[in-house]
Write a protein that binds this ligand. Sequence first.
Ligand code: ADP
Ligand code: AMP
Length: 214
Amino acid sequence: MGEILVFLGPPGAGKGTLASWYREKTGARHISTGDVLRQAVKDGTEVGKVAAGYMDAGKLVPLEVILDVLFEAVPNFSEGTILLDGFPRTVEQAEALDQRLSEKGLEVNRVVLFEIPDEDVVKRLSSRLLCPECGAVYNLESAPPKQEGVCDACGESLIRRRDDEPDSIRERLKVYWDSTAPLVSYYKERGKLIPIDASKGIQEVRAELEKVSG
Ligand code: ADP
Ligand code: AMP
């Protein structure tokens, strides 16, 4: 039986890194709304044109846009395990998701909360590198590529994300605490929340995730 899993937590908590690993391990479908939006920006689509300004500024893209993006990426939630990374990010988004799922007799099964202090997020994001071709994520300190500046997986030159600049990082943390953190009690009240300590090293966080995700 498939299930619907959500990774919740501040930017830089390691959601994407752990989601890639979890997908390889379990065959789950990993949907990162941030990745879908970055691809749309790269492709110059209408959605990409609307989203780019919000993303660079570290703000959330409007509700209607993100719902279109999500429901286009996942037209059918009932096939296999679906891992949502970076969605929902507001109570409104969570309600829209619940509404869509309940129409199909489905629900979010588990929400893994990546807990990490803001200082650690700032450090991680300041040293994050991204492959613009295949989306692989690296870190100058904790997860460097084998060859400096080059993607291990596809050989492309690595870049820094435009929203990993200090002003944008600060704004994204503010948005997280103002708009996304209320989802912690939303899912706790519904008995879905599984907190993990995301400030540990990658191997330790994997082990914790393995324990709780079955
Ligand atoms: P998110 O998807 O939550 O924004 P990422 O998965 O992109 O976060 O991780 C942010 C940065 O931190 C990346 O550079 C990644 O390589 C690095 N990273 C991820 N998990 C850990 C960890 N447990 N310890 C140290 N660095 C990590
Ligand atoms: P991420 O890759 O998850 O860090 O997301 C990068 C950016 O994409 C965010 O700062 C937002 O601008 C936008 N974004 C991603 N997911 C959402 C969402 N669920 N709601 C609104 N904006 C989003």
